[in-house]
Ligand binder design. Structure first.
Ligand code: ZN
Length: 137
């Protein structure tokens, strides 16, 4: 774990804390509606499919497909300058939801929409474990 993480970090809420508890335990968890089984991400109070508030937190495979990406050459904030260039991506999890993330440990020439990717974990602080993806298998 880095001694000091100088980049901005997420601020979990009561709604999202179970997600961050999951990444800390190396598990990518999603809300799943107990009325209609639709997965939710990001965490929501109501199901987008049936409007039920009822849900459970369930582990996912952590596997998905690269849906879209950009190679970032300008940082979102100066805190990311040392990382340039880096990949900002949307991954479609096998469970359905789209997830904004990064792709790491992948040469840019190997990036392809539709490629299989798997979650990996990076401890950024004592509370936050980030969830970049990397080529699967
Ligand atoms: Zn539902």
């Amino acid at each position: 774990m880095p001694v000091e993480w100088a980049k901005p970090l997420p601020h979990p809420t009561a709604l999202s804390q179970p997600f961050w508890d999951g990444t800390r335990q190396r598990e990518l968890r999603l809300q799943r509606c107990t009325a209609c089984a639709t997965y939710r991400f990001p965490p929501l109070v109501l199901c987008r499919n049936c409007l039920s508030e009822d849900h459970e937190w369930v582990p996912t495979t952590g596997i998905g497909t690269l849906y879209s990406y950009v190679i970032q050459h300008r940082p979102a904030t100066p805190a990311f300058i040392e990382d340039l260039p880096y990949v900002v991506a949307i991954v479609e999890l096998d469970e359905g939801p789209l997830m904004l993330t990064n792709i790491v440990d992948c040469p840019f020439d190997d990036l392809n929409v539709g490629m299989r990717v798997a979650v990996t974990y990076v401890d950024a602080s004592s509370d936050i474990t980030l969830y970049p993806f990397t080529p699967a298998g």
